[in-house]
Design a protein around this ligand. Structure first.
Ligand SMILES: [Cu+2]
Length: 174
């Protein structure tokens, strides 16, 4: 091996090490967990929940997409005058070094038309789009769980779903 080739290799190794060290320092923006609960019947949307860990600066989640689903929407359940309704959610703040969660009873994803192959594989690859770095995309495989039983959240949510949305004037506007 010629001397300059060895130098080049050494330089590459140094670069990689430096990169790894930077990643180790401080928390990076990341999607750390998430799952999807299928709707009780095929015409019901599935619901998605996940957790995001914030990086060094505050950002906003502005979209979640999936190539293997027909439609994905971000929603938030809100209680108004004692009635729980859902509203479309356009952005969700992720605090620096904090956490942001989509969970039952609050922010959630609604997912229509998940590809059958993804359902059989038990996971749906999703892309989470944030406002930092010119819309950084973070990919995460959401574990797909079957519909909950009669007492389950997915069924309740599905039953609440469309009627509640039609009834919510804000949701109807956009
Ligand atoms: Cu919803």
């Amino acid at each position: 091996m010629k001397p300059f080739a060895i130098l080049a290799l050494a330089a590459t190794a140094l670069t990689l090490t430096a990169c790894g060290e930077n990643l180790g320092k401080g928390q990076q923006l990341n999607v750390v967990s998430g799952h999807i609960q299928m709707g009780a019947t095929d015409d019901r949307p599935a619901v998605g929940y996940f957790k995001v860990e914030g990086g060094p600066v505050p950002v906003e989640l502005v979209a979640v997409t999936a190539d293997l689903a027909q439609r994905v929407e971000m929603h938030e359940s809100v209680k108004e005058n004692g009635v729980v309704t859902m509203k479309p959610l356009l952005r969700a703040a992720v605090p620096a070094k904090g956490t942001m969660e989509f969970r039952q009873g609050g922010k959630h994803l609604m997912i229509w038309g998940i590809n059958g192959a993804a359902v059989r594989a038990g996971k749906l690859p999703m892309a989470f789009v944030f406002t930092n770095n010119n819309n950084e995309r973070i990919l995460f495989d959401m574990v797909i769980k079957p519909a909950a039983g009669a007492e389950g959240a997915a069924m309740d949510h599905g039953a609440m779903g469309h009627d509640a949305e039609k009834a919510a004037p804000d949701a109807a506007k956009k």
